[in-house]
Design a protein around this ligand. Structure first.
Ligand code: ZN
Length: 151
Protein backbone atom coordinates (compact mmCIF):
# COMPACT_ATOMS: atom_id res chain seq x y z
CA UNK A 1 0.00 0.00 0.00
CA UNK A 2 1.46 3.39 -0.87
CA UNK A 3 2.05 6.05 1.76
CA UNK A 4 -0.69 8.35 0.54
CA UNK A 5 -3.36 5.67 0.78
CA UNK A 6 -2.12 4.57 4.18
CA UNK A 7 -2.43 8.16 5.34
CA UNK A 8 -5.99 8.39 4.07
CA UNK A 9 -6.94 5.16 5.84
CA UNK A 10 -5.39 6.45 9.03
CA UNK A 11 -7.55 9.55 8.78
CA UNK A 12 -10.75 7.56 8.37
CA UNK A 13 -9.91 5.51 11.47
CA UNK A 14 -9.04 8.60 13.50
CA UNK A 15 -12.22 10.34 12.39
CA UNK A 16 -14.43 7.40 13.42
CA UNK A 17 -12.57 7.16 16.72
CA UNK A 18 -13.09 10.85 17.43
CA UNK A 19 -16.70 11.04 16.23
CA UNK A 20 -18.06 7.51 16.34
CA UNK A 21 -21.28 6.98 14.38
CA UNK A 22 -24.33 5.55 16.16
CA UNK A 23 -22.65 6.00 19.54
CA UNK A 24 -25.71 5.92 21.76
CA UNK A 25 -28.06 3.52 23.56
CA UNK A 26 -31.24 2.11 22.00
CA UNK A 27 -33.73 2.13 24.86
CA UNK A 28 -35.65 -1.01 23.95
CA UNK A 29 -33.45 -3.03 21.65
CA UNK A 30 -34.72 -6.30 20.21
CA UNK A 31 -31.20 -7.70 20.53
CA UNK A 32 -28.15 -6.66 22.52
CA UNK A 33 -24.82 -8.04 23.61
CA UNK A 34 -21.60 -7.04 25.25
CA UNK A 35 -18.04 -7.79 24.29
CA UNK A 36 -14.69 -7.52 25.97
CA UNK A 37 -11.15 -7.79 24.69
CA UNK A 38 -8.97 -8.31 27.78
CA UNK A 39 -5.78 -8.15 25.75
CA UNK A 40 -6.30 -4.47 25.01
CA UNK A 41 -9.08 -3.49 27.42
CA UNK A 42 -11.69 -2.79 24.74
CA UNK A 43 -15.31 -2.93 25.87
CA UNK A 44 -18.45 -2.67 23.82
CA UNK A 45 -22.18 -2.73 24.43
CA UNK A 46 -24.13 -3.28 21.26
CA UNK A 47 -27.82 -2.59 20.66
CA UNK A 48 -29.95 -3.66 17.72
CA UNK A 49 -33.48 -3.23 16.50
CA UNK A 50 -34.17 -6.15 14.19
CA UNK A 51 -37.52 -6.32 12.41
CA UNK A 52 -38.47 -8.72 9.62
CA UNK A 53 -34.87 -9.98 9.45
CA UNK A 54 -33.60 -6.46 8.78
CA UNK A 55 -31.30 -4.43 11.02
CA UNK A 56 -33.46 -1.32 11.34
CA UNK A 57 -31.25 0.31 13.92
CA UNK A 58 -27.88 -0.35 15.49
CA UNK A 59 -25.92 1.52 18.12
CA UNK A 60 -23.09 0.97 20.54
CA UNK A 61 -21.40 2.31 23.63
CA UNK A 62 -18.06 1.43 25.05
CA UNK A 63 -14.47 2.34 25.51
CA UNK A 64 -11.27 1.14 24.00
CA UNK A 65 -8.54 1.82 21.50
CA UNK A 66 -8.99 3.70 18.24
CA UNK A 67 -9.14 0.50 16.19
CA UNK A 68 -11.91 -1.10 18.25
CA UNK A 69 -13.98 2.07 18.29
CA UNK A 70 -13.48 2.85 14.61
CA UNK A 71 -14.35 -0.73 13.74
CA UNK A 72 -17.60 -0.58 15.74
CA UNK A 73 -18.47 2.77 14.22
CA UNK A 74 -17.78 1.65 10.64
CA UNK A 75 -19.65 -1.58 11.27
CA UNK A 76 -22.74 0.26 12.53
CA UNK A 77 -22.77 2.52 9.46
CA UNK A 78 -22.53 -0.39 7.06
CA UNK A 79 -24.89 -2.83 8.76
CA UNK A 80 -27.79 -0.43 9.30
CA UNK A 81 -30.56 -1.35 6.85
CA UNK A 82 -28.98 -4.67 5.88
CA UNK A 83 -30.70 -8.03 6.20
CA UNK A 84 -29.37 -10.61 8.67
CA UNK A 85 -28.15 -12.71 5.77
CA UNK A 86 -26.25 -9.81 4.21
CA UNK A 87 -24.84 -8.94 7.64
CA UNK A 88 -23.46 -12.45 8.12
CA UNK A 89 -21.87 -12.41 4.66
CA UNK A 90 -20.19 -9.08 5.35
CA UNK A 91 -18.99 -10.40 8.71
CA UNK A 92 -17.39 -13.45 7.06
CA UNK A 93 -15.66 -11.38 4.44
CA UNK A 94 -14.48 -8.87 7.03
CA UNK A 95 -13.02 -11.69 9.14
CA UNK A 96 -11.20 -13.05 6.11
CA UNK A 97 -9.85 -9.58 5.35
CA UNK A 98 -8.49 -8.81 8.82
CA UNK A 99 -6.94 -12.24 9.21
CA UNK A 100 -5.33 -12.05 5.77
CA UNK A 101 -7.29 -14.99 4.35
CA UNK A 102 -8.96 -13.15 1.46
CA UNK A 103 -7.80 -14.36 -1.90
CA UNK A 104 -6.22 -11.82 -4.24
CA UNK A 105 -9.13 -11.53 -6.65
CA UNK A 106 -11.77 -11.25 -3.98
CA UNK A 107 -14.33 -8.52 -4.54
CA UNK A 108 -14.07 -6.02 -1.71
CA UNK A 109 -16.92 -3.83 -2.86
CA UNK A 110 -19.40 -5.20 -0.30
CA UNK A 111 -17.00 -4.16 2.47
CA UNK A 112 -17.06 -0.49 1.47
CA UNK A 113 -15.18 1.66 3.95
CA UNK A 114 -14.38 -1.35 6.13
CA UNK A 115 -11.36 -1.89 3.89
CA UNK A 116 -9.55 0.86 5.83
CA UNK A 117 -9.07 -1.79 8.53
CA UNK A 118 -7.29 -4.23 6.24
CA UNK A 119 -3.90 -3.14 7.64
CA UNK A 120 -4.60 -4.85 10.99
CA UNK A 121 -3.86 -8.22 9.41
CA UNK A 122 -0.17 -7.44 9.97
CA UNK A 123 -0.79 -7.15 13.73
CA UNK A 124 -2.38 -10.20 15.40
CA UNK A 125 -3.25 -8.31 18.60
CA UNK A 126 -5.06 -5.66 16.55
CA UNK A 127 -7.11 -8.28 14.77
CA UNK A 128 -8.89 -8.83 18.08
CA UNK A 129 -9.54 -5.11 18.47
CA UNK A 130 -11.02 -4.87 14.98
CA UNK A 131 -13.03 -8.08 15.34
CA UNK A 132 -14.55 -7.43 18.77
CA UNK A 133 -17.57 -5.40 17.57
CA UNK A 134 -18.31 -8.01 14.92
CA UNK A 135 -18.24 -10.99 17.25
CA UNK A 136 -20.47 -9.02 19.59
CA UNK A 137 -22.84 -8.33 16.69
CA UNK A 138 -23.13 -12.00 15.79
CA UNK A 139 -23.70 -12.84 19.45
CA UNK A 140 -26.50 -10.27 19.62
CA UNK A 141 -28.12 -11.58 16.43
CA UNK A 142 -28.00 -15.12 17.79
CA UNK A 143 -29.36 -13.89 21.14
CA UNK A 144 -26.52 -15.47 23.09
CA UNK A 145 -26.68 -14.46 26.71
CA UNK A 146 -22.99 -14.79 27.50
CA UNK A 147 -20.77 -11.79 26.83
CA UNK A 148 -18.20 -12.14 24.08
CA UNK A 149 -14.57 -12.29 25.01
CA UNK A 150 -11.75 -12.44 22.52
CA UNK A 151 -9.72 -14.74 24.77
ZN1 ZN B 1 -7.94 -2.51 21.19
Amino acid sequence: MDAELRELYQQVILDHNKSPRNFRVIEQPSNSSEGYNPLCGDKINLYLTIEDEIVKDISFQGSGCAISKASASLMSSIIKGKTIEETKKIFEKFQEMITGRLDENSDLESLGKLTVLEGVKEFPARVKCAGLAWHTLINAINKKKEPVTTE
